[in-house]
Design a protein around this ligand. Structure first.
Ligand code: GLU
Length: 445
């Protein structure tokens, strides 16, 4: 096993959505390509919003996609470690206690903005004397900020290239809340260090966090790992996706019939210089995956793009892969492989199979245009009742052609519509042996 270690660190406060998948997949692929380790880390330090239900759902979604993790970690079980780190920062003079309420902070920010200054915390709490602090503590609980070194923090970003952020333009981050809750920034840094994480890929909304985290890691005596920030997804017109992410949860997409290979194929290439095409295994997806080929511009995501990939994925499935689904529809075993061959090219999602089986089993309401009524009636007189064989369609249409003189589309289309009730669908020669009933014929008799 190589020494590459990546992690996917969702907060179990909701279902995974398409944006989370991008982060999960990138981290998974980096580890997989290198023969390294992929850690699933649950950022559950918020006891009010984190639930076991969401933890289970996250695991189920990742399992469904085949994104297996080598190890799982849970922040709520590591609180002692975070408090140790906080104690070190406190002892080293990098932590200071603050008392301003959210309203007071808000007022400060407004004043700064009015004066045309950036709304960076002014470090007023550092000037408090011990007596003043003791007085404030009697009124309310203090919370803790990390004292940034006001220099430029630079790193080579795996996607964005050389990046730097002036720490003076960033507020000292709060790492421990007044109620004692350890916040993500501290927990994440301690975990990344303790777990030997070598590469972190996350959304570009974390760029400022990365700058502060680099300083915290260094203050704790660690070495920052490699960071990469992928662009955020937008809707097809470039609109913010954040409000729609609820409907773009992985479970919804799964429910709608999107397949894992379709999702993974799209998300592993979308926003990169490589074409999106169906790749049916994670090995194929990992092959050629390269972070450096992703751009910094927001990435347009259109859920519609998942359907051609889903179709292609389903069409490529051998019968054995769908045998259970087909058996569950009630298709007799003797007809099932042939049914799959006929139906596979006419489905977008697996659920569409039930419609085709209903057609085979019950037949369809005939669709007969008034001008074709006589022609169809004559043709039906030449059709025996089911069961049919592989040459029935050819034999029948040959006979109808000789009897009526019709040919081409004028011959085939009205017959297809009379038998299937629709103008498109499977090859009729292949469909006929599956037809158990033909209502048009029953009515004509
Ligand atoms: N729980 C954080 C989030 O979901 C993790 C960010 C990170 O990768 O460090 O945004």
């Amino acid at each position: 096993m190589s020494s590459i270690v990546t992690r996917f660190a969702p907060s179990p406060t909701g279902f995974l959505h398409i944006g989370n998948l991008r982060t999960a997949l990138f981290n998974y692929l980096i580890a997989r390509k290198a023969g390294g380790t992929f850690v699933l880390r649950l950022d559950d330090t918020d006891p009010e919003r984190s639930t076991q239900g969401y933890i289970d759902a996250i695991q189920q979604d990742l399992e469904w996609l085949g994104l297996e993790w080598d190890r799982m970690e849970q922040q709520s079980r590591r609180l002692d470690r975070y408090h140790d780190a906080a104690a070190k920062l406190r002892a080293d003079g990098r932590f200071y206690e603050c008392f301003e309420s959210p309203a007071e902070l808000d007022l400060k920010r407004k004043k700064q903005l009015n004066m045309g200054r950036p709304p960076v915390y002014d470090r007023a709490a550092r000037a408090l004397s011990e007596e003043e602090k003791a007085k404030l503590r009697a009124e309310r609980d203090g919370y803790w900020r990390f004292l940034l070194d006001q220099n430029r923090i630079a790193w080579e970003d795996g996607i964005l290239g050389p990046l730097s952020i002036d720490a003076a333009s960033v507020s000292d981050p709060v790492l421990i809340r007044a109620d004692g809750q350890v916040l993500y920034t501290l927990a994440s840094v301690v975990d990344d260090m303790d777990m030997g994480i070598t590469h972190v890929v996350r959304g570009s909304d974390h760029v400022t966090n990365t700058a502060t985290q680099i300083q915290i890691i260094e203050a704790l005596g660690g070495t920052p790992c490699a960071f990469a920030h992928h662009s955020l997804l937008t809707g097809p017109q470039g609109e913010a996706l954040s409000k729609r992410l609820g409907v773009l949860s992985l479970r919804d997409l799964r429910e709608q019939g999107v397949t894992p290979a379709a999702l993974l194929s799209l998300m592993a290439r979308l926003g990169s210089s490589q074409p999106v095409e169906l790749r049916r295994s994670l090995d194929e997806i990992a092959d050629g995956f390269d972070l450096a080929q992703f751009g910094s511009a927001p990435t347009k995501f259109d859920a519609e793009d998942l359907w051609p990939l889903t179709r292609a994925d389903l069409q490529a499935r051998p019968y054995a892969d769908v045998a259970d689904t087909i058996a569950a529809l009630g298709v007799p075993e003797a007809l099932a492989p042939q049914f799959w061959d006929v139906a596979r090219e006419n489905i977008t999602r697996l659920d569409d199979l039930s419609g085709w089986w209903a057609l085979c089993r019950d037949g369809a309401e005939p669709d007969i245009a008034p001008e074709d009524a006589d022609f169809v009636a004559e043709a039906l007189r030449l059709l025996p009742p089911p069961p049919y064989g592989p040459t029935t369609w050819k034999d029948w249409t040959d006979a109808v052609k000789s009897a009526t003189g019709r040919k081409g589309k004028g011959l085939f289309m009205p017959l297809r519509k009379a038998l299937t009730g629709r103008p498109h669908g499977p090859d009729m020669g292949a469909l006929m042996p599956l037809l158990q009933r033909v209502p048009a014929l029953e009515r004509a008799q």
